[in-house]
Each structure stands twice: as structure tokens, then as C-alpha cells.
Design a protein around this ligand. Structure first.
Ligand SMILES: [Zn+2]
Length: 268
């Protein structure tokens, strides 16, 4: 009988396979492969890998989308808006689903709450990938309809937006794969980059301190956490919808009432 194979796990940080070696978790395999370049430096085992995943060297997930977008009533017509964008991530230990929570909250009453389970080999790892996703959602919703100031507490995101405004639309977050998707579609962050460049006169970015008293950033953080919980199945979609409405309205200091006809189609 040969030695029993080590258990192979899926890493919660990068979706690569990982094994325990001398008391440490590591990403195995030759360091020259494409997959190995996408693995992280600090593996966090989340669940046992399936045979097919061990062969591929990475997790396989169905593509899913969790997204609620709304607008609050009683803020009236506005031409300019500040929009806070926040991503939330932590390992969802024991589950095949590794949500990256996303939230945005605008002074115009627009808000978004949800999560993505896009594999890290496309999005890059962790919180920054979640933050980029929130940025994609907010830009799609606000630009060019409003003169928009994007608020972020991440210097990397602020620099990214400035790069786009300056014409470098190839800039992406670390680990993000900007090549066309298997479906042939353009990568969403690249599409967002072109949108920001095209309307650079109407888009600006402001680096904020997330823990300070910026109500939009605090609200967006709560929305991203609600999105994470919904996708992780800690709460139901109905609960997510109610909490998002309550958090967004209290952050803006308005009644929890939606503007008529403001709902975007939900996913999931
Ligand atoms: Zn990893």
C-alpha cells in the first residue's frame, strides 16, 4: 500500500488548491504554470477539493450574482452626487461559496447591495476585488447621468480611477484578469475604465477615512456586509432587502421609502 495522499483543500483567498505541509498551508505545484501565478501567498483552507478541482488546480463554481439596486424617495432631483463604494470579504469557512460583498450608497438616494462569487482567478483576491466590483456597479448606475464623486477609503482604488481618468484604461486591480471572458464578453472592470475615461469631466474620486464620520461610507460598508451575509446564506433575500432599505435610509436621514419605478431588476 502506498502512502495515503494528503488531503487537498480549496483556498478561500485565491480559489487555488492548497495542502498542509509541515504544519503550514501551502499552494503546491510547479511555480511556472499560469494557475500558480494566480495563487496567493497566505492560503486559507475553506473546504475539501473535489477530484476535478484537484486536476484543474483550482475551484469550480457556478456563476452567481446577488444584487439589489434601489433609489430612495424624497431626495428630489439632483445633478451631482457623492457615491461611497465599499467591498467586504472574509473567508466563508466550510462553504463552497466564497462571497465578495459589495455596497454603494449615493447622496442622490441610489444604493446597491449584493455580492459576487466570481472566481478569484478572474477577479483577484479578497477585499480589493469586492471593492472593484462595487465600483463597477456604482459607475454603471451613476455615470454619466450624474456628476459623480466616488468616495473610497482604499488608495489603490482611488489611484485606479485617476489612472482611468488620465487615459490608462488598461489599469486594473492586482490579480484582475482583463482578457475577454470565455463567453467573448469584455471584462467588466475594463468596460468601467472606458466609461470613466469617456466621461472623465463628470467623474472624480475622493479618498476618505472609512472609520471617520462619513455617513455614505459607513452606510456602504453596512450594505456590503448585508450582501455578503445574503450570499453566504446567513440571511434571506427578503431580510437583505429590508435591512438594506433601513440602513441606506437611516444613513441618509430620510424615510425608508423607495422612489416609484426606481427598482432595478434583481438578480437571484
Ligand atoms: Zn490561496
Amino acid at each position: 500500500m502506498t502512502e495515503i495522499d494528503k488531503e487537498v483543500w480549496i483556498c478561500a483567498v485565491c480559489d487555488g488548491i492548497c495542502v498542509e505541509d509541515a504544519g503550514r498551508w501551502v499552494h503546491p505545484g510547479p511555480s511556472s504554470t499560469l494557475q500558480s501565478r494566480r495563487t496567493c501567498s497566505d492560503p486559507h483552507p475553506s473546504r475539501i477539493a473535489k477530484p476535478r478541482e484537484i486536476k484543474d488546480g483550482q475551484a469550480r463554481y457556478p456563476k452567481e450574482k446577488y444584487k439589489i439596486e434601489q433609489r430612495l424617495e424624497c431626495l428630489g432631483p439632483v445633478e451631482a452626487a457623492d457615491v461611497a463604494i465599499v467591498g467586504y470579504w472574509r473567508p466563508n469557512t466550510g462553504s463552497p461559496r466564497q462571497p465578495k460583498g459589495c455596497g454603494y450608497l449615493a447622496s442622490s438616494g441610489h444604493y446597491g447591495c449584493g455580492a459576487t462569487t466570481t472566481p478569484s482567478r478572474f477577479d483577484g483576491p479578497g477585499t480589493l476585488a469586492a471593492e472593484a466590483r462595487a465600483l463597477i456597479w456604482a459607475v454603471r448606475r451613476m455615470v454619466p447621468a450624474y456628476r459623480t464623486t466616488l468616495l473610497t477609503d482604499r488608495p489603490e482604488i482611488a489611484e485606479l480611477i485617476e489612472s482611468w481618468r488620465g487615459g490608462n484604461t488598461a489599469a486594473v486591480t492586482p490579480g484582475y484578469d482583463s482578457s475577454d471572458r470565455p463567453s467573448g464578453k469584455e471584462a467588466q472592470l475594463t468596460r468601467t475604465a472606458r466609461q470613466v475615461y469617456r466621461y472623465a469631466d463628470t467623474v472624480s474620486v475622493q479618498l476618505v477615512n472609512g472609520s471617520a464620520d462619513n455617513v455614505l461610507t459607513i452606510g456602504a460598508h453596512e450594505l456590503s456586509f448585508i450582501g455578503w451575509q445574503w450570499c453566504a446564506e446567513v440571511i434571506t433575500k427578503e431580510t437583505a432587502r429590508e435591512r438594506a432599505l433601513r440602513k441606506a435610509s437611516s444613513a441618509l436621514g430620510v424615510e425608508p421609502r423607495l422612489a416609484p419605478g426606481a427598482s432595478q431588476p434583481d438578480y437571484r
